[in-house]
Design a protein around this ligand. Sequence first.
Ligand code: ADP
Ligand code: MG
Length: 333
Amino acid sequence: MKIRELGEFAFIDRVLAAAGRERTPVVLGIGDDASILAPEPGRELVVTTDMLMEGVHFLRESTPPEDLGFKSLVVNLSDIAAMGGNPIQAYLSLALTPGTEVEEMDMFIKGFLEAAGDRVQLSGGDTVSSQAGWAISVTVVGDVKEGAALRRAAAAVGDIIYLSGPTGESAAGLAFLLDQFSLKDVTAEPLIRAHNRPVPELDLGSILSESGLCACAIDISDGLLQDLGHICRASSVGARLFLDKIPLTDELVEAAKAANIDPYQWPLTGGEDYRLLFMIREKNVKLLEEALKGLDSPIQPIGIVEKGESIQLFNRGRQVPVPEKGGHDHFRN
Ligand code: ADP
Ligand code: MG
């Protein structure tokens, strides 16, 4: 059945049936003119929104709808994680072509709700028709301990720069999906998964803010260099990165070989890994390791914050050039 045969309101009923009714602290969810949230005292609200356009952010023919639904929520959850927040409500606005199969939407919603799990309540949205491809807009509302949000402008000279895990796999997976080189299935599979099913670092983000040991973080959506650049500009500092400290997976190294590129190219300039990049005062390093004990996050120190405004790269003690293409920019590349 096509979505034009089902109609807007029957579609919303279907979404509501899949999403389930509201749970505290959501007082009212889907079904009225607006939703209601009961915020907890001592907490601040954190709100983020992202938009995904067919043909710009995703190719419908090559992305399973379940993965698309999953990822469209994850990109927002990752922004909440990067603020040190705890997500509560999600809003999903869809512009759909009338010929869309209802089954495709069911799969999309299934993936979306899978990313939501028990921690996020789908609390509303909008559904409209589009004459030129899909548009997906997701908003997430979360909360954070008062005054404890992780900001881009909070890096200080001498801070240790941490990365929450390997990066570049998503970009490698995308390049593979775009047929830029060939790989064995077992090697390609984790890279494709990194691209289609990224995991938001929510537990890490909330430990960083709740512990008071960290004030500055960003999630890697546009590439390590570009996102670190955002922190440097916001904080008026420079940085020194040690390439040999950046964790690379075996699959990424193998893919870089097959594509005949430098193995650090994807980690530095490829986006959509949704790892966290965060800054820790040297005196807090020991306490941080303590605070993260229960979490199996392979955090890794990869550099230091310096005076100045540029990012300098070092590999095994020697300075190396910064790659030309810095990361993703919608209007420039
Ligand atoms: P309104 O005319 O007041 O905008 P709608 O008919 O668009 O109301 O929406 C009815 C209810 O369904 C609202 O609670 C809205 O938030 C919810 N809703 C609409 N589309 C979606 C969607 N794609 N996902 C989740 N909730 C939705
Ligand atoms: Mg509406």
